[in-house]
Design a protein around this ligand. Sequence first.
Ligand code: UD1
Ligand code: CA
Length: 247
Amino acid sequence: MPPAPAMAIVLAAGKGTRMKSELPKVLVPVAGRPMVRYVIDALRAAGVERVVVVVGYRADLVRTELAGLPGIEFADQTEQLGTGHAVMMCREQLASHDGPVVIVAGDSPMLQADSVATLLAEARARRTACLLGTVRRDDPTGYGRIVRSAAGDFTGIVEEKDATPEQRAITEINVSTYVFDAKELLAALDQLRADNSQREYYITDCPAILLAAGKQVAALNVLKPREALSINSPEELAQVEKVMSGV
Ligand code: UD1
Ligand code: CA
Protein backbone atom coordinates (compact mmCIF):
# COMPACT_ATOMS: atom_id res chain seq x y z
CA MET A 1 0.00 0.00 0.00
CA PRO A 2 1.29 3.51 -0.78
CA PRO A 3 1.81 5.66 2.33
CA ALA A 4 -1.04 7.98 3.41
CA PRO A 5 -0.58 11.35 1.68
CA ALA A 6 0.80 14.20 3.76
CA MET A 7 -0.79 17.60 4.22
CA ALA A 8 0.97 20.74 5.38
CA ILE A 9 0.20 23.76 7.50
CA VAL A 10 2.09 26.99 6.80
CA LEU A 11 2.08 29.50 9.66
CA ALA A 12 1.60 32.85 7.98
CA ALA A 13 -0.74 34.95 10.11
CA GLY A 14 1.80 37.12 11.89
CA LYS A 15 2.29 40.79 11.24
CA GLY A 16 6.06 40.77 11.38
CA THR A 17 6.36 43.96 13.40
CA ARG A 18 10.15 43.98 13.32
CA MET A 19 10.21 44.03 9.49
CA LYS A 20 8.91 47.63 9.46
CA SER A 21 7.03 46.85 6.24
CA GLU A 22 3.47 47.64 5.13
CA LEU A 23 3.19 44.11 3.79
CA PRO A 24 2.41 41.10 5.97
CA LYS A 25 5.79 39.50 6.66
CA VAL A 26 5.25 36.40 4.53
CA LEU A 27 4.66 38.55 1.44
CA VAL A 28 7.86 40.57 1.81
CA PRO A 29 9.92 39.76 -1.30
CA VAL A 30 13.12 37.76 -0.99
CA ALA A 31 15.17 37.96 -4.19
CA GLY A 32 12.02 39.18 -5.95
CA ARG A 33 9.47 36.61 -4.71
CA PRO A 34 7.22 36.68 -1.63
CA MET A 35 9.01 34.63 1.04
CA VAL A 36 6.06 32.28 1.58
CA ARG A 37 6.30 31.14 -2.06
CA TYR A 38 9.64 29.45 -1.37
CA VAL A 39 8.12 27.54 1.52
CA ILE A 40 5.16 26.36 -0.56
CA ASP A 41 7.49 25.33 -3.42
CA ALA A 42 9.62 23.26 -1.03
CA LEU A 43 6.52 21.48 0.32
CA ARG A 44 5.30 20.77 -3.21
CA ALA A 45 8.68 19.45 -4.31
CA ALA A 46 8.64 17.14 -1.27
CA GLY A 47 5.36 15.65 -2.55
CA VAL A 48 2.88 17.47 -0.30
CA GLU A 49 -0.21 18.37 -2.28
CA ARG A 50 -2.65 19.78 0.26
CA VAL A 51 -1.31 22.95 1.85
CA VAL A 52 -3.29 24.94 4.44
CA VAL A 53 -2.00 28.48 4.91
CA VAL A 54 -2.96 30.16 8.19
CA VAL A 55 -3.68 33.80 7.45
CA GLY A 56 -4.41 36.69 9.79
CA TYR A 57 -2.68 40.03 9.48
CA ARG A 58 -3.72 41.46 6.06
CA ALA A 59 -5.24 38.09 5.22
CA ASP A 60 -6.81 39.59 2.09
CA LEU A 61 -3.40 40.30 0.59
CA VAL A 62 -2.02 36.85 1.39
CA ARG A 63 -5.11 35.13 -0.01
CA THR A 64 -4.96 37.16 -3.23
CA GLU A 65 -1.27 36.38 -3.68
CA LEU A 66 -1.70 32.61 -3.22
CA ALA A 67 -5.26 31.93 -4.41
CA GLY A 68 -4.22 30.85 -7.90
CA LEU A 69 -1.94 28.07 -6.71
CA PRO A 70 -3.30 24.51 -6.89
CA GLY A 71 -4.11 22.66 -3.67
CA ILE A 72 -3.96 25.74 -1.44
CA GLU A 73 -6.51 26.16 1.35
CA PHE A 74 -6.74 28.88 3.97
CA ALA A 75 -7.51 28.99 7.67
CA ASP A 76 -8.20 32.28 9.43
CA GLN A 77 -6.51 33.31 12.65
CA THR A 78 -8.07 36.65 13.45
CA GLU A 79 -6.07 37.18 16.64
CA GLN A 80 -2.41 36.14 16.73
CA LEU A 81 -2.31 34.24 20.01
CA GLY A 82 0.71 32.14 19.12
CA THR A 83 1.96 29.42 16.79
CA GLY A 84 -0.03 26.73 18.61
CA HIS A 85 -3.17 28.82 18.35
CA ALA A 86 -2.50 29.23 14.61
CA VAL A 87 -2.50 25.43 14.25
CA MET A 88 -5.72 25.23 16.30
CA MET A 89 -7.37 27.26 13.52
CA CYS A 90 -6.82 24.23 11.24
CA ARG A 91 -8.83 21.80 13.38
CA GLU A 92 -11.35 21.09 10.60
CA GLN A 93 -8.68 20.29 8.04
CA LEU A 94 -6.83 18.13 10.58
CA ALA A 95 -9.98 16.22 11.48
CA SER A 96 -10.52 15.33 7.82
CA HIS A 97 -6.94 14.14 7.37
CA ASP A 98 -5.63 10.70 8.19
CA GLY A 99 -1.83 10.72 8.03
CA PRO A 100 1.16 12.99 8.51
CA VAL A 101 0.98 16.77 8.78
CA VAL A 102 4.03 18.87 8.06
CA ILE A 103 4.05 22.18 9.94
CA VAL A 104 6.39 24.92 8.78
CA ALA A 105 6.76 28.67 9.27
CA GLY A 106 6.04 30.99 6.38
CA ASP A 107 9.00 33.19 7.30
CA SER A 108 11.65 30.51 6.62
CA PRO A 109 12.28 30.61 2.86
CA MET A 110 15.50 28.56 3.06
CA LEU A 111 13.58 25.39 3.88
CA GLN A 112 14.68 22.65 1.46
CA ALA A 113 12.42 20.07 -0.19
CA ASP A 114 14.82 17.20 0.51
CA SER A 115 14.77 18.00 4.23
CA VAL A 116 10.97 17.88 4.29
CA ALA A 117 11.08 14.60 2.38
CA THR A 118 13.63 13.15 4.83
CA LEU A 119 11.52 14.13 7.84
CA LEU A 120 8.39 12.65 6.25
CA ALA A 121 10.17 9.39 5.44
CA GLU A 122 11.60 9.14 8.98
CA ALA A 123 8.23 9.93 10.56
CA ARG A 124 6.62 7.16 8.51
CA ALA A 125 9.39 4.65 9.22
CA ARG A 126 9.47 5.40 12.97
CA ARG A 127 5.69 5.81 13.27
CA THR A 128 6.17 8.91 15.38
CA ALA A 129 3.35 11.02 16.78
CA CYS A 130 5.76 13.94 16.30
CA LEU A 131 9.12 14.26 14.63
CA LEU A 132 10.98 17.53 14.44
CA GLY A 133 14.01 18.65 12.52
CA THR A 134 16.76 20.50 14.34
CA VAL A 135 20.01 22.32 13.62
CA ARG A 136 23.07 23.24 15.65
CA ARG A 137 24.08 26.89 15.66
CA ASP A 138 27.10 28.47 17.30
CA ASP A 139 24.86 31.38 18.22
CA PRO A 140 21.39 30.05 19.16
CA THR A 141 20.07 33.47 20.22
CA GLY A 142 16.40 33.99 19.48
CA TYR A 143 15.51 30.35 18.80
CA GLY A 144 13.70 27.73 20.84
CA ARG A 145 16.22 25.30 22.36
CA ILE A 146 16.05 21.51 22.07
CA VAL A 147 16.22 19.90 25.51
CA ARG A 148 17.51 16.33 25.79
CA SER A 149 18.05 13.89 28.65
CA ALA A 150 21.53 12.77 29.70
CA ALA A 151 20.98 9.77 27.43
CA GLY A 152 20.34 12.13 24.49
CA ASP A 153 16.61 11.52 24.21
CA PHE A 154 14.49 14.49 23.23
CA THR A 155 12.46 15.79 26.19
CA GLY A 156 11.08 19.11 24.93
CA ILE A 157 11.53 22.57 23.41
CA VAL A 158 12.01 25.63 25.57
CA GLU A 159 11.54 29.12 24.15
CA GLU A 160 14.37 31.56 24.76
CA LYS A 161 12.11 33.83 26.80
CA ASP A 162 11.25 30.94 29.12
CA ALA A 163 14.68 29.30 29.26
CA THR A 164 17.00 29.04 32.26
CA PRO A 165 20.60 30.23 31.79
CA GLU A 166 21.67 26.57 31.42
CA GLN A 167 19.05 25.98 28.72
CA ARG A 168 20.09 29.14 26.90
CA ALA A 169 23.55 27.63 26.51
CA ILE A 170 22.07 24.79 24.39
CA THR A 171 23.11 25.15 20.75
CA GLU A 172 20.66 22.69 19.17
CA ILE A 173 17.67 24.74 18.05
CA ASN A 174 14.11 24.41 16.84
CA VAL A 175 13.58 25.46 13.23
CA SER A 176 9.76 25.20 13.32
CA THR A 177 9.73 22.21 10.97
CA TYR A 178 7.60 19.38 12.35
CA VAL A 179 5.83 16.26 11.17
CA PHE A 180 2.86 15.33 13.36
CA ASP A 181 0.33 12.57 13.00
CA ALA A 182 -2.95 14.44 12.45
CA LYS A 183 -4.95 12.64 15.13
CA GLU A 184 -2.19 12.89 17.73
CA LEU A 185 -1.76 16.59 16.95
CA LEU A 186 -5.48 17.25 17.52
CA ALA A 187 -5.25 15.53 20.91
CA ALA A 188 -2.17 17.57 21.86
CA LEU A 189 -3.83 20.86 20.81
CA ASP A 190 -6.67 20.14 23.25
CA GLN A 191 -4.13 20.14 26.07
CA LEU A 192 -2.19 23.23 25.02
CA ARG A 193 -2.13 26.06 27.60
CA ALA A 194 -0.75 29.60 27.37
CA ASP A 195 1.15 29.34 30.64
CA ASN A 196 4.40 30.98 29.54
CA SER A 197 6.07 34.39 29.63
CA GLN A 198 4.33 35.56 26.43
CA ARG A 199 0.87 34.23 27.39
CA GLU A 200 0.76 32.54 23.98
CA TYR A 201 -0.20 29.07 22.78
CA TYR A 202 3.08 27.58 21.58
CA ILE A 203 3.17 24.76 19.03
CA THR A 204 6.55 24.04 20.60
CA ASP A 205 4.79 22.61 23.68
CA CYS A 206 3.02 19.89 21.67
CA PRO A 207 5.99 17.48 21.40
CA ALA A 208 6.37 17.34 25.20
CA ILE A 209 2.59 16.95 25.64
CA LEU A 210 2.71 13.90 23.36
CA LEU A 211 5.74 12.50 25.18
CA ALA A 212 3.90 12.83 28.49
CA ALA A 213 1.04 10.86 26.95
CA GLY A 214 3.47 8.05 26.17
CA LYS A 215 3.68 8.71 22.43
CA GLN A 216 6.69 8.34 20.15
CA VAL A 217 8.41 11.71 19.70
CA ALA A 218 11.87 12.38 18.30
CA ALA A 219 14.04 15.31 17.27
CA LEU A 220 16.49 14.69 14.43
CA ASN A 221 19.45 16.90 13.75
CA VAL A 222 19.03 16.56 9.98
CA LEU A 223 18.41 20.10 8.76
CA LYS A 224 21.05 22.26 7.13
CA PRO A 225 22.25 25.31 9.07
CA ARG A 226 20.97 27.72 6.43
CA GLU A 227 17.45 26.32 6.81
CA ALA A 228 17.36 27.91 10.25
CA LEU A 229 17.45 31.37 8.71
CA SER A 230 14.01 32.78 9.38
CA ILE A 231 13.27 36.38 8.54
CA ASN A 232 12.23 38.59 11.42
CA SER A 233 14.10 41.82 10.60
CA PRO A 234 15.52 43.74 7.62
CA GLU A 235 18.98 42.49 8.66
CA GLU A 236 17.86 38.86 8.46
CA LEU A 237 16.23 39.55 5.09
CA ALA A 238 19.56 40.87 3.78
CA GLN A 239 21.36 37.83 5.18
CA VAL A 240 18.98 35.37 3.48
CA GLU A 241 19.25 37.19 0.14
CA LYS A 242 23.02 36.96 0.43
CA VAL A 243 22.91 33.21 1.10
CA MET A 244 20.44 32.69 -1.77
CA SER A 245 22.62 34.51 -4.24
CA GLY A 246 25.50 32.26 -3.21
CA VAL A 247 27.79 35.13 -2.27
C1 UD1 B 1 9.27 30.19 16.56
C2 UD1 B 1 9.39 29.02 17.56
C3 UD1 B 1 10.85 28.85 17.97
C4 UD1 B 1 11.73 28.67 16.73
C5 UD1 B 1 11.54 29.88 15.78
C6 UD1 B 1 12.31 29.74 14.48
C7 UD1 B 1 7.25 29.00 18.80
C8 UD1 B 1 6.59 29.32 20.08
N1 UD1 B 1 8.56 29.30 18.72
O1 UD1 B 1 9.61 31.39 17.25
O2 UD1 B 1 11.00 27.72 18.83
O3 UD1 B 1 13.10 28.58 17.11
O4 UD1 B 1 10.12 29.98 15.43
O5 UD1 B 1 11.80 28.75 13.69
O6 UD1 B 1 6.62 28.47 17.91
N2 UD1 B 1 2.48 32.94 13.44
C9 UD1 B 1 1.13 32.82 13.21
N3 UD1 B 1 0.26 33.10 14.23
C10 UD1 B 1 0.69 33.47 15.48
C11 UD1 B 1 2.08 33.58 15.71
C12 UD1 B 1 2.95 33.31 14.67
O7 UD1 B 1 0.70 32.47 12.12
O8 UD1 B 1 -0.19 33.70 16.34
C13 UD1 B 1 3.41 32.65 12.32
C14 UD1 B 1 4.25 33.86 11.93
O9 UD1 B 1 3.60 34.57 10.91
C15 UD1 B 1 5.55 33.23 11.44
C16 UD1 B 1 5.63 31.90 12.21
O10 UD1 B 1 4.34 31.66 12.75
O11 UD1 B 1 5.52 32.95 10.05
C17 UD1 B 1 6.64 31.93 13.36
O12 UD1 B 1 6.26 32.97 14.24
P1 UD1 B 1 7.33 33.88 14.96
O13 UD1 B 1 6.63 34.87 15.80
O14 UD1 B 1 8.33 34.38 13.98
O15 UD1 B 1 8.02 32.77 15.91
P2 UD1 B 1 9.44 32.86 16.58
O16 UD1 B 1 9.39 33.82 17.72
O17 UD1 B 1 10.45 33.07 15.53
CA1 CA C 1 10.43 33.61 13.21
